[in-house]
Design a protein around this ligand. Sequence first.
Ligand SMILES: Cc1cc2nc3c(=O)[nH]c(=O)nc-3n(C[C@H](O)[C@H](O)[C@H](O)COP(=O)(O)OP(=O)(O)OC[C@H]3O[C@@H](n4cnc5c(N)ncnc54)[C@H](O)[C@@H]3O)c2cc1C
Length: 391
Amino acid sequence: MIDKEINLSDTQTAFQYKTDSNLKISKFVFSLFKYDFLVKYGPAITSFCLKIGLPIKGLIKKTVFSQFCGGENIDECNATVDNIWKYNVGAILDYSVEGEGSEQSFEANADEIKNIISKTKGKQQYPFCVFKPSGIASISLLEKVDSGQKLEQNELDNYYKTRKRFETLCETAANNNVKLFIDAEESWIQNSVDNFANEMMRKFNTNEAVIFNTVQLYRKGRVEFITECIEDARKNKYYLGFKLVRGAYIEKEWNRAALKGYENPIHNNKFNCDTDFNNALKICFENRDIVSICAGTHNENSSLMLCNMMNEAGIDNNDKRFWFAQLYGMSDTISFNLASHGYNVAKYLPYGPIQAVMPYLGRRARENSSMAGQMGRELNAITAELKRRNL
Ligand SMILES: Cc1cc2nc3c(=O)[nH]c(=O)nc-3n(C[C@H](O)[C@H](O)[C@H](O)COP(=O)(O)OP(=O)(O)OC[C@H]3O[C@@H](n4cnc5c(N)ncnc54)[C@H](O)[C@@H]3O)c2cc1C
């Protein structure tokens, strides 16, 4: 039975952290995504304008940037973090600068993640830290490792450096008692990431789940992967942490599989993807003596399904093994309504210099560009709240 009191249509609770003018800006931003041209070319044009010094930074910062990002650096995020924490929604600082692929940029990114860990440790409003493997490792190197190709000596050296960076981040998190998500990426590098993540969980999750791997359920065979991980964790006596997501790289996956002529690793339809996501939630839930989960989703049914399972099993809403996470600026109806019922909720809060986070903003624009999909949901909720406030 679903917890009857949860009403994800309650826009008053969902947007209580937004002032009237913030809300009007949100409506303006989501309305922009109706225009295909803006979604397609806007980020590139904006980057170009910023590069040549046109004075548009203030405008971008007050609109699209402030809708989806916390600030240009960690300190600038403080106001947003404090604001959402008033309503029991935590923040997961997400350094959204995409590295240019050099060893130097990987080191700099790893240093920034360590900086986040040290600035957020021990603070309840930051329940997790996160890093993206491609921010600290070369994709082409991981791809080579994944496909079992022999590495040249210099590649081997870089591979050892990559492993070291990976381990240092996990060790720093574990030593500071900070829970750390490892984001999931394209399927052609994910084996390497899974192997690293499993090794780190074996090493650092001895008393509880500190290191969390991410599993994308839009891929075929990932429920089986979770089952194997659970068997291994039981056998070798450690805890597992999983962030469960559907997956963000569907078109890239489709295109590469078609181009290279291998079987598409993605489910053939949304129904199968949803079924696997919900089955993964169930399996993790059934193994909750050793598995902690974060449902990283904007899907209301999946979120409510987890609430429902917890409710039926008599588990406290704020049991620390169960988390819900959404992206900042999206699906506030889920985040703030669940948090108001005492569930553990956090938002990914991207930050970085405006120019550097443009690719991230471009992805949000594309994801929100369908009236029938996410944009329709966001706009409907915002419009309803504006109406409720008589604005
Ligand atoms: C906190 C958080 C962390 C995240 N971390 C990661 C991460 O580490 N790695 C990552 O890849 N993504 C990550 N994501 C992005 C996530 O994968 C997308 O938000 C998600 O795909 C959107 O799905 P949804 O669960 O919100 O629900 P929905 O809107 O119900 O589902 C949309 C998703 O379903 C899948 N889908 C759509 N059509 C089909 C089809 N025809 N066949 C098969 N599948 C289909 C796609 O994955 C699509 O994105 C994260 C999201 C959040 C909120």
